[in-house]
Design a protein around this ligand. Structure first.
Ligand code: IMP
Ligand code: MG
Length: 182
């Protein structure tokens, strides 16, 4: 285990098993709908997105969007800034937004509202992790595909960062609080 971690929350095997299950669910649901566009929210989604896409056994497209991050803090400011827009037109297509983690839900609520204006045929949300205890009460989003509900702790690894570090860890762990209180 990396020395900056307090404990491992989800092992490589646990993650891989769940990602395969999600991929099968998604493939089954979209097999009849057709024209699936997976939209990953950079950069946290990267590991999850690539493993998930490989677990979905139907024809699909991939695109990415980038929003402003936490900077070097551990809590959302609530202000979302679009750093990179989609390359593709999503009008009339079946959109699946792929996130690493939903915390307050403010980032996703913003993206959901923006994408709706572009008239997709449908839009669903897939997130690897969810912190239900931290959801902003004003956010009324439904998560359609969920990897794991997790407790209210700051986690890193498998794409998730603290100050741009630890994204490369193959597992997900709880960061030692002294790392971000220094
Ligand atoms: P939200 O807008 O509060 O839902 O924040 C979502 C974004 O905050 C995620 O896409 C992550 O980039 C980041 N985030 C939230 N919680 C954590 C965490 O525990 N570890 C790392 N990043 C997190
Ligand atoms: Mg993110």
């Amino acid at each position: 285990m990396h020395q900056a971690l307090e404990k491992i929350l989800l092992s490589e095997v646990q993650i891989a098993t769940r990602v395969k299950e999600l991929g099968q669910l998604i493939a089954r649901d979209y097999a009849e709908l057709g024209d699936l566009v997976m939209i990953g929210v950079l950069k946290g989604c990267t590991m999850f997105m690539m493993d998930l896409a490989r677990a979905i056994d139907i024809t699909l497209s991939i695109d990415f969007i980038a929003t402003s991050s936490y900077g070097h803090g551990t809590h959302s400011t609530g202000v979302v800034r679009l750093l990179k827009d989609l390359d593709m037109d999503i009008a009339g297509r079946h959109v699946l937004i792929v996130e690493d983690i939903i915390d307050s839900g403010l980032t996703l609520a913003y993206l959901h509202a923006q994408f709706l204006k572009r008239n997709p045929a449908s839009m669903r949300i897939c997130t690897l992790l969810n912190k239900p205890a931290r959801r902003d009460p004003a956010v009324g989003l439904t998560v359609d595909y969920l990897g794991f509900d997790i407790p209210n702790e700051f986690v890193v690894g498998y794409g998730l960062d603290y100050a741009e570090h630890y994204r490369n860890l193959p597992y997900i762990g709880v960061l030692k609080p002294e790392i971000y209180t220094h």
